[in-house]
Design a protein around this ligand. Structure first.
Ligand code: FAD
Ligand code: UDP
Length: 371
C-alpha cells in the first residue's frame, strides 16, 4: 500500500493534519502507540460521566479560525473554568482577581488591592523579572506568591520558582475585577459527549492503527513481504526520542493520575478543579469530572494529579521550557529541519508548552503550506 502521509500520533495535531490532508484527497495512515485516540485530550465515559483520562482539558481560544474549525466536529457546552485554590483550610478563587485579594487581605476595592501589591512588590522588585518568583511577586505581591504559587509550582515543576522561566506564570490572568474566569479568551467550553467523540469525527474515514509505535511499525515494515510506503511522515512524538536521544535527553514533567469512583457521593468538592497549593499535599489538584458537564452521571469520579520528573517509560506530559532545555531543543530542531520528508509537530514534536488551540492552529498552518 502506498500512502501520502504516515502520521505518528492520534492527538489533536495528528488528527487535525490527517483531516485536512484527507479532505485534500491525500491518503493517510495514522498510528499511535496508545490503544486510544485523542492523545492527552482522550476522554472515556464512566458511570455516565466523561472522564478526562489524561488530565482536565478545557478548550479556550481567541482564534476564530480554530473555534470555527473545532465547532465543525463537536458542539461545545458553556463551561467556564473557575478553579478554587486550597491552602490548608483556606479557600481562594482563581485566577488572581478581586475575590482572591478580598479574601487574602479583607479589602473591597481595586485601589486597596493595588496598594497592597505595590507595597509587597517593592522589596526585591525588578523591572524585567528574570524568573517565575520575581514575575509572580511583581504581579500579585508576596502573600499570594507564598500561599498560592510557591508550593504549587515547586510540586508541578520539581524546581524552585527562581529556576523557572517567568512566562509560566504569565499564562494566568491577574484582574482587578470580581471575575473568576480562568481564561481571557473569547471562546471557551467542553465538547458535549467528550473529546474522544470529537476526535473520532475528525478521523472519520481515515485509517488508524492503535497500539502501534513508530519504531515497531518501521521494524515490521522493513521485513514485511509487502512493505508500505509513504511520501512523508508527520511526527508528533517527543523530538529527542525520534533521534534516539543522540544529543542528550530533553526534560519533561510527568504525571500520575489517581482516579477514584465514589458511588455514594453526588458532589465531592462542588467544583471541577480544586488546586492544592501548599507544598505538604503531594498532589497539585483534584478534578471532579461531572462538573465539566454540570453534574450529569451516577455518583462521582475524581482524579488526583501527582506530578513527577519524567523517566524512561513514563508519559512526557509537559516540556520544561527553561534555558537549558530550550538550548538543547534548538540543536534537535536543526536535526529535525534537516530530516528529509519528516515534519515535526505538536506539543512534543516542537517541545513547546502549547494549549490545544495553538496545536490545532499550527496543524492548520502546516496543512495550508503542505497541501
Ligand atoms: P498529544 O496529545 O501528546 O498526542 C501525541 C500522540 O502521539 C499521543 O497519543 C502519543 O501516544 C503518540 N505518540 C508519541 N510518540 C509516539 C510514537 N513513537 N509512536 C506512536 N505514537 C506516538 N490545553 C488546553 O488548551 N486546555 C487545557 O485545559 C489543557 N489542560 C491540560 C492538562 C494536562 C494535564 C496536560 C498534560 C495538557 C493540557 N493541555 C491543555 C494541553 C493539551 O493536552 C495539548 O496542547 C494537546 O493535547 C497536544 O496535542 P498533540 O497532538 O500535540 O500531543
Ligand atoms: N500556578 C500556581 N498556582 C495555581 C495554579 C497555577 O502557582 O493554583 C502556576 C504554576 O506554576 C503552573 C502555572 O501557574 O504551572 C500555569 O498554570 P496552568 O493552570 O496554566 O497550568 P496547566 O493547566 O497547564 O498545568
Amino acid at each position: 500500500m502506498r500512502y501520502d502521509y504516515l502520521i505518528v500520533g492520534a492527538g489533536l495535531f495528528g488528527a487535525t493534519f490527517a483531516r485536512q490532508a484527507a479532505d485534500a484527497g491525500k491518503k493517510c495512515l495514522v498510528i499511535d502507540k496508545r490503544d486510544v485516540i485523542g492523545g492527552n485530550v482522550h476522554t472515556r465515559e464512566e458511570h455516565g460521566i466523561q472522564v478526562h483520562k489524561y488530565g482536565a482539558h478545557i478548550f479556550h481560544t481567541s482564534d476564530k479560525r480554530v473555534w470555527d474549525y473545532v465547532s465543525g466536529f463537536a458542539e461545545f457546552n458553556n463551561f467556564v473554568n473557575s478553579p478554587i485554590a486550597r491552602y490548608g483550610e483556606e479557600l481562594y478563587n482563581l485566577p488572581f482577581n478581586m475575590n482572591t485579594f478580598s479574601k487574602m487581605w479583607g479589602i473591597a476595592t481595586p485601589e486597596e488591592a493595588r496598594k497592597i501589591i505595590d507595597e509587597q512588590k517593592k522589596e526585591g522588585y525588578k523591572e524585567n523579572p528574570a524568573n517565575l518568583e520575581e514575575q509572580a511577586i511583581s504581579l500579585v505581591g508576596r502573600d499570594i506568591y507564598e500561599k498560592l504559587i510557591k508550593g504549587y509550582t515547586r510540586k508541578q515543576w520539581g524546581r524552585e520558582c527562581t529556576e523557572l522561566p517567568a512566562f509560566i506564570i504569565k499564562r494566568l490572568p491577574v484582574r482587578f475585577t470580581y471575575d473568576n474566569n480562568y481564561f481571557n479568551d473569547r471562546y471557551q467550553g467542553i465538547p458535549i459527549g467528550g473529546y474522544t467523540a470529537m476526535v473520532e469525527r475528525m478521523l472519520s474515514g481515515i485509517e488508524v492503527r492503535l497500539g502501534t509505535s513508530y519504531e515497531d511499525f518501521l521494524e515490521k515494515n522493513a521485513v514485511s513481504e509487502e512493505p508500505e510506503s509513504f511520501s512523508r511522515v508527520i511526527y508528533t512524538g517527543p523530538v529527542d526520542e525520534y533521534f534516539r536521544h543522540k544529543l542528550g535527553y530533553l526534560e519533561y514533567r510527568s504525571l500520575r493520575f489517581e482516579e477514584e469512583y465514589l458511588p455514594d457521593c453526588d458532589n465531592y468538592q462542588g467544583n471541577a478543579a480544586v488546586n492544592y497549593t501548599s507544598a505538604d499535599v503531594p498532589y497539585t489538584r483534584i478534578i471532579e469530572h461531572k462538573h465539566f458537564e454540570f453534574g450529569k452521571g451516577e455518583g462521582t469520579v475524581i482524579t488526583r494529579e501527582y506530578p513527577g520528573e519524567w523517566k524512561i517509560g513514563d508519559e512526557p506530559y509537559y516540556p520544561v521550557n527553561d534555558d537549558r532545555n530550550n538550548e538543547l531543543y534548538s540543536k534537535y530542531k536543526e536535526l529535525a529541519d534537516a530530516e528529509k520528508d519528516v515534519i515535526f509537530g505538536g506539543r512534543l514534536g516542537v517541545y513547546k508548552y502549547y494549549d490545544m488551540d495553538k496545536v490545532i492552529a499550527s496543524a492548520l498552518d502546516l496543512a495550508e503550506k503542505e497541501l
